[in-house]
Design a protein around this ligand. Sequence first.
Ligand SMILES: NC(=O)c1ccc[n+]([C@@H]2O[C@H](COP(=O)([O-])OP(=O)(O)OC[C@H]3O[C@@H](n4cnc5c(N)ncnc54)[C@H](O)[C@@H]3O)[C@@H](O)[C@H]2O)c1
Length: 381
Amino acid sequence: MASIPHENGRGSANAHGRRLRCAVVGVGRMGQHHARVYRNLPGCELVGVVDASPGRRDEIAAKFETRALDHVGRLLDLGVDAVSVAVPTTFHAEAAGPLLERGVACLIEKPLAGTAEEAEAIKRIADRSGAVLMVGHIERYNPIMRALRKEQATGVPIVPRFIEVHRVSPMTFRSVDVSVVLDMMIHDLDVVLMLMGGHEPEEIQASGVPVITEHEDFCNARLTFRRPEPYGVCVANITASRLALKTERVTRITGENAYVKIDYAAKSGTVIRRMANELQMREVREQLRRGIDLTSLKWSELVNIENLQIDDGEPIVKEIEAFLDAVRTGARPEIDARAGLVNVRTAERIIAAARKEWKDYRLTEGWQRQLMGAWESGEGE
Ligand SMILES: NC(=O)c1ccc[n+]([C@@H]2O[C@H](COP(=O)([O-])OP(=O)(O)OC[C@H]3O[C@@H](n4cnc5c(N)ncnc54)[C@H](O)[C@@H]3O)[C@@H](O)[C@H]2O)c1
């Protein structure tokens, strides 16, 4: 695929190349941020915003001084290099298809599609035309995840054996057209599959409960990965809920060489390395062997805890910069169509595993009446 030369100065062509002509399709809650970033990034021109809602496209176009367009086809007439697709997931294929077919680079919001079949169809179009396709799994660009990856690139590999994830928040009544697995858990599936080198889980067990919507509003999944040596087995236990009374986005990784805790919301992360603690641990083991009472020791004071070094780059800016870098160089983006597809395929397997049990406990009205009757008559516990 032809590469587009890099350029430095904001808004004008220079010796290094020309401005990238950028646009956004779907300027709702997420898309408005893409429009803001393209409007402000050096070397970009926001050619226009497309939205099915006339009021919304006019509002965002006025705010970012660009054209309000009613159809993706208008972008093709104007000529664009790079487009963010941030329409609701069910319309990703319809919105991105014509652009990818014409070789236009697309950054498609997560998840790549609502089904693995649709994700595969989108991937096929991009493969055929050679268009750059990146999926917006933004958590990879969270400062805490960037810090962890930087650290991993230089330190001893963690070699994860067990990953525990909690992503819970109160119901926002957004994205209720899809399961919590595709709405929230997909962020963690991307990170877990990345940590597993893109390998898909061999086994999946899941429980999911629909409460407010027709889909799982709560889901827990246990994924077992079996990777070739030297990595071996890793289990990931992932919980996502949009019914919680608090917000929490925490991942704990227990590995061969380190324990890592990352808190996306608090933008903090700690690492406890085996090597940095080897001496103390050897001493403790020896004392236990000799039967010495260590109950007065404080574990948290004994271990050497390192804080991850966090910068304050905005995740969506970092994500779009990575996308535009791929557009300029023609290189394959890190979160490519395959990564987006395996994330959706894993989500689909989790939903199928959870729903296998639904027939037994689906909260039908009849079942609820029976339950309430039993409760009122004192039979229920
Ligand atoms: N990366 C993240 O953290 C994150 C967070 C939220 C949502 N998302 C993803 O972003 C996408 C959009 O979600 P949202 O919450 O911004 O939705 P939204 O409903 O706020 O915005 C969608 C916009 O698309 C427009 N639209 C709908 N169908 C269209 C079509 N066929 N053509 C053109 N415009 C159309 C709507 O009018 C609306 O303005 C979804 O795929 C969602 O999963 C990602």
